[in-house]
Ligand binder design. Sequence first.
Ligand code: ZN
Length: 219
Amino acid sequence: MMSTMPVEGFDNSNVDTILTLPEQTGSTAIADGCRASALAFLNESSRWGKAELAMWLMGPYGQLTQYVSQYSRRRSGEFAKQAPLLREIDARMVDRVIKSAYEEVMAALERTCDPEGGASFAFTMLAAGFVARCEDRGHVAGWVPTSDARRLADRVLSLIAADYLARPADYDSELAVCGTCKTVEFDAVSRARGICHRHGSGMFVPGQRSTKPYLPEGA
Ligand SMILES: [Zn+2]
């Protein structure tokens, strides 16, 4: 089913309230943090247990979603609970929760590679209230993940949405998934090769050294 482009949705209540970031916190730094934290989940969570997941949720994720707790509270009339996920899941379930979130996020990420899929992803996240507009003290506009997401997949996706909305072109031209190790990174060369640098080195690197004799400068 073809849905209409959700552009009119961007003028809705989700973007009416613009959050002003605290002093010393830039919109670009938030996008960078969201990207780094999402990549940490994607590239490292296969080795995580409950403790590592807890550290991620309370550390990078918790920091990035702290800005909108008041905004969220105001909208919903209740205090947004922090990380209820951990209390809800059994340690033995952590593996499964991480794995299914990973798969869901990877599938969503794939759709952001083309602009239409990306716009649809961003609209879904906005409509769910998982990402909100912000502006820093230097009047640079950006996006912040809210603390509204409850499922682990949605939490990771809210970080990706904030980064995506700030710089969608990166997803269109640099987002790369290594065909060998599944490492996710932003690198146009890796994207073109389909493999990361670790797996690409020595195989696809065009000859850097000229076979022509050369004279060192000054010789
Ligand atoms: Zn690789």
